[in-house]
Design a protein around this ligand. Structure first.
Ligand code: SAH
Ligand code: DHB
Ligand code: MG
Length: 227
């Protein structure tokens, strides 16, 4: 199988089943037009995030890594009208594109972009969140997971994007010393050692290449010392 085939199948599945609406397509286009990197989740992955948030009955969502707000829109659309989503973005330019996209998608009342390095913003945020989506700079993934644990409750879901990276997470190769790969490996080791989550990791292929997702269900609240 080649990446051309993965993309062709993704296009087929997306056109047939996922059917992103005009606001989502426009959000992708606005990111491209503004010169933002084309690294948003694929439409079928965005819909997976949406469905996970629906199954979760999420009323509060935290996202780390906004870009143009494409995944943000999918997630925010799972919220009830009084639900709240906070998304963290380091780049003011990305945040401006995202805010316009959230507005166009009709979710600006529920979804708020906070600008700054996430590790500076996270200490100012109050949980608990029903779902946390981690999708920012990969070297900080271990810290983002620790924050996600602090800002969730028993029953919350933590989802992490890009944890396989063409296999680099597990296979010897030129990417092995990459801080992004090392950050992701440390994250997976934290998940593995954490008694308060019940987790899996899946490999994915598609229009965004060969990658993977970690999904962790929080099975207990934070230790009382951290509350
Ligand atoms: N979740 C988005 C894609 C996010 S791409 C989607 O699927 O649509 C990763 C984003 O994280 C980029 O916009 C990048 O600027 C941002 N980022 C990188 N380092 C960051 C940091 N330290 N704090 C917050 N955001 C960061
Ligand atoms: C990159 C980041 C992402 O969140 C992603 O989905 C793909 C690539 C990156 O930084 O290269
Ligand atoms: Mg990603």
């Amino acid at each position: 199988m080649t990446s051309e085939q993965w993309t062709a199948v993704d296009d087929y599945l997306t056109d047939l089943v996922v059917r992103p609406d005009e606001a989502l397509t426009a959000a992708q286009r606005a990111g491209d037009d503004a010169g933002l990197p084309a690294i948003a989740v694929a439409p079928n992955h965005g819909k997976l995030l949406h469905l996970l948030a629906c199954v979760q009955g999420a009323r509060t969502i935290l996202e780390i890594g906004t870009l143009a707000g494409y995944s943000t829109i999918w997630l925010a659309r799972a919220l009830p009208p009084d639900g709240r989503l906070i998304t963290l973005e380091i780049d003011e330019r990305h945040a401006a594109v995202a805010r316009a996209n959230l507005d166009r998608a009709g979710v600006a009342d529920r979804a708020e972009v906070r600008v700054g390095p996430a590790l500076d913003t996270l200490p100012t945020i109050d949980g608990p969140f029903d779902l946390v989506f981690i999708d920012a700079d990969k070297p900080n993934n271990p810290d983002y997971f620790r924050w996600a644990l602090r800002l969730t409750r028993e029953g919350s879901l933590i989802v992490v994007d890009n944890v396989v990276r063409r296999g680099a997470v597990a296979l010897a190769g030129p990417d092995n010393d990459d801080p992004a790969v090392q950050g992701t490996r440390r994250l997976l080791e934290l998940i593995a050692a954490e008694p308060r989550v019940n987790a899996t990791v899946i490999q994915t292929v598609g229009s965004k290449g060969y990658d993977g997702l970690a999904i962790a269900l929080v099975t207990a609240g934070p230790p009382s010392a951290q509350r």
